[in-house]
Design a protein around this ligand. Structure first.
Ligand code: NAD
Length: 322
């Protein structure tokens, strides 16, 4: 049986390590680290994500504020809100939940966030720091996956890694982080000629395509480590039976709620072929939230240093050798 890589277990380890850092930040400043979350409109999936993020802050003792501009809000309104949060000394992290409504210019909003408060790691300053292996706030999902690989002592250096997906949020930063960890990295995407053949080369396969069960047995080299980032809701009964035919709990859950979650990797095939894999749910999802908390604490500590010392960003996060 393959090893199950539990994101929940790693989440607990990350949060546990943050507790003393939060306590000592409080002691030095008389306040907890602070995170502001902006959620425009009422996208149900975004509402759940934001609720989980705010709940994680509460459980950990991080101060959080939530802003809910209406669906019809303008770029200017969101920009002004971000600028006001940039100026707030008690707010260390600013998160703008994506996606934004079409009329709001997401790039302009991201550019407005002070890079020192950019806890999602999406600002071009932080992305540039990542590309060049310099210190900065890193995108949460791929940073969490790197922590998962470390936690389970999965070797990366010298291995062949394949990343399916090239989004700015997951695929590209994931590939860069694996590259900095000395993997030989291939990035695949919607126009890759023979996806299965590329994927089958991988000792480590990371899938972030947003396509339910895209990766089937013929994509997976026997014994490979498979990290499934995808979160997809399946509502078709026949499809649920095909995906989870051997799992009575999933079928019961489908009967009750009318849907089940599936990753980008076929859940039965991965069990037959992989050496280790992340389940969905309970794999990558919990890591993303844990790393958001870690980035908020990191940003708070760095801002404290900046106020009290030289202001240098050196040592923020490990850079990488060439
Ligand atoms: P995205 O839509 O921005 O990017 C998807 C990428 O996959 C694109 O680069 C595209 O080229 C590639 N792709 C799409 N179809 C493909 C195909 N048939 N073959 C090969 N490549 C294909 O998505 P994203 O924001 O990177 O998210 C990907 C998935 O991960 C989604 O299911 C999303 O919900 C999930 N996600 C989960 C977490 C988490 O915390 N678990 C965080 C972020 C995203």
């Amino acid at each position: 049986m393959p090893e199950i890589l539990s994101g929940k277990e790693v989440q607990q380890a990350i949060l546990h390590q943050l507790q003393p850092r939060i306590a000592s930040f409080r002691e030095s400043t008389g306040r907890p680290p602070g995170l502001a979350v902006i959620l425009v409109g009422h996208n149900p999936a975004s509402q759940i994500y934001v609720r989980n993020k705010v709940k994680a802050c509460q459980e950990l003792g991080i101060y959080s504020e939530q802003y809910n501009p209406p669906e019809t809000t303008t770029t200017e309104d969101v920009v002004q809100l971000v600028e006001s949060l940039n100026r707030r000394p008690d707010i260390d992290g600013i998160l703008v939940q994506m996606p934004l409504p079409a009329q709001v210019d997401a790039q302009r909003v991201i550019l407005t966030i002070d890079p020192a408060k950019d806890v999602d790691g999406f600002h071009p300053y932080n992305l540039g720091q990542l590309v060049s292996g310099r210190p900065g706030l890193r995108p949460c999902t791929p940073a969490g996956i790197m922590r998962l690989l470390e936690h389970y002592r999965i070797p990366v250096a010298g291995k062949k890694a394949v990343v399916i997906g090239r989004s700015d949020i997951v695929g590209k930063p994931m590939a860069l982080m694996l590259l900095h960890a000395h993997a030989t990295v291939t990035i695949c995407h919607s126009r890759t000629a023979d996806l299965a053949a590329e994927a089958r080369q991988a000792d480590l396969l990371v899938v972030a395509a947003g396509k339910p069960a895209l990766v089937t047995a013929e994509f997976i080299k026997p014994g490979a480590v498979v990290v499934d980032v995808g979160i997809n809701r399946v509502t078709d009964r026949a499809r649920v039976e095909e995906l989870f035919g051997d799992d009575p709990d999933k079928l019961t859950s489908f009967e009750k709620t009318g849907s089940v979650l599936v990753g980008d990797v076929h859940p039965r095939d991965v069990r037959q072929r992989a050496g280790a894999y992340t389940p969905v749910p309970g794999g990558v999802g919990p890591l993303t939230i844990a790393m958001l908390m870690a980035n908020t604490v990191e940003a708070a500590e760095r801002r404290l240093c900046k106020c009290s010392a030289s202001g240098s960003l050196a040592g923020w996060q490990q850079g990488s050798p060439t």
